[in-house]
Design a binder for this molecule. Sequence first.
Ligand SMILES: [Zn+2]
Length: 586
Amino acid sequence: MLDLLIRNARIVDGTGAPSFMGDLGVQDGLIRSVGAPDGRTAERVIDAEGLALAPGFVDPHTHYDAQIAWDPLLTCSPWHGVTTVVMGNCGVGVAPVKAGTREILMQDLVNVEAIPYDVMKAGIDWQWESYGEYLDAIDRRGLGINVAGLVAFTPLRHYVMGEASFERAATEGEIDTMRRLLREAVEAGAFGFTTTTSRNHVGYQGRPLACRNASRDELTGVVRGLHDAGRGTIEIILNSGGMHAVSDEDLELLRQITRASGRPVTWLALFAHPGQPDFHDQTFARLGDLVKQAIPQVTPRPIMSQGDLKNPTMFGSFVSWQKVFNRPPAEQMVLYRDPAFREAFRQELESRKRGHMWGQMRVLEVGKPELAEHVGRTLEEIAAGQGKRPVDAYFDLGLADDLNTRFQSSTFNFDPAGIERLVTDDRCLIGLSDGGAHVDFICDVGYATALRPLGAPAPGAEPREGGAQAHAGPGHHLRHPGPGRPGRGQGGRPGPLRSRHRDGEDAAVRLRSAVQRPPAGLGVGGHQGHVGGGRPALRRRQAHRGHARAHPTQRGIGHRFLNAGITWAEKRSSCSRMTACGVPTG
Ligand SMILES: [Zn+2]
């Protein structure tokens, strides 16, 4: 007798093979049978009524390190069919930690990832010091989905170097200690290592994030800890890339860390470049052979953020904005009126090559009804109508509205044709959701349900099946940890991450993202009436421990299963066509 039987499902097995109708049986947390009905019964039977049943999505880029302390379900990722997340990322995290550096780690997360301080203060119980103890603590609490954690360089430096981490590169002795701690963390179940070299990353007390003080020798010395452990992966934010070419300096950096660690690296980021269709090919040409070991992260959505001028977190990394934070609105308004402040901001936008932002930034909501005419317009349009510079139109509108105007901006990756080229390219890794971060102004965890159709037919056209492995891409470089918990005892197992719902497969085989190409009648993407609806524009706000929180809505995902437990079940709406499955095969 099986524990769970899902009958009458259109099974998409994640291999790229055509979908087929069949049953799927689960026992003791493992998939035991897939295929035609074999007469077996189960304690719990679910009739899928022809809905698609697919492996859950793996989100390789989240920041749930703090949130996991109070929300084991890691909302809102599972809503979108995500059954595994990699957390850590971008060089910030909560372990290892000494009592005296907790405050610094939280403030780093406030500044870099815009996670509200009081939420962390109330929610984290700090039952750990080492990274392994951190994994033990979240394990004890129980997890709603699969989690893999990266050891972040900033906490590691604070832990080993103390105050000096803000001031200098590590000594040889300190490098050796960090190398050893990284190896021990990976042996205790960590998934790898993460850092940033981005000049935009400012941490505690507005000082450069401590990991940026590392010398090249230090960084390559520390990542040797992965070489020592013989496993793990690296995530790094480069100073270049994005909508611009990867610099020679960063190429050399990637070469050095892949060589020193002997492990795969995923780097941020590669965005679509409007009007330059061969931009990503040029990037790969520059990477040359390195692309096999140094994989760019891409996203199927424009990078969208929203906010108002009272809490302008979308400019949290801007030097010119630092004096705006933690001030009452009356003082903020004085700054916003100041021509010198406006000019400093304008120049910083130019220096960051983001002068194009005004054509992408729109008014989302206004406080005063008489300003309603601006809703939906871009700042460029408003400025043209008023005969002023966009930067002035922006602050003038905010001031006229007592700072209540809410703006939405898609500053990167807004070219649909370019996005499609990236997400269908096997050399890229789809990620960048930043789940758990930027709480009140970005929530891209819905990318899984917002994936563009990837060659899927327009509604009503002849459907195509099978084939594309876009989301699967180079994810196989990532070693997968154990189910429902961070990689205990299994992290070193060689071989690709697979998720094939096949009878008799290795019990340790886990899920991988599946829905690369929709089976007949199933659209993955933003078309109405298809799976998806994690549409960028649809962002409701809800309380997040008392804080506003942006989150994308989704329609179309019915149940999510994880290791035979049902993580999420809801009434299917008429357009519900898919179920995300995180049950390993066995
Ligand atoms: Zn990140």
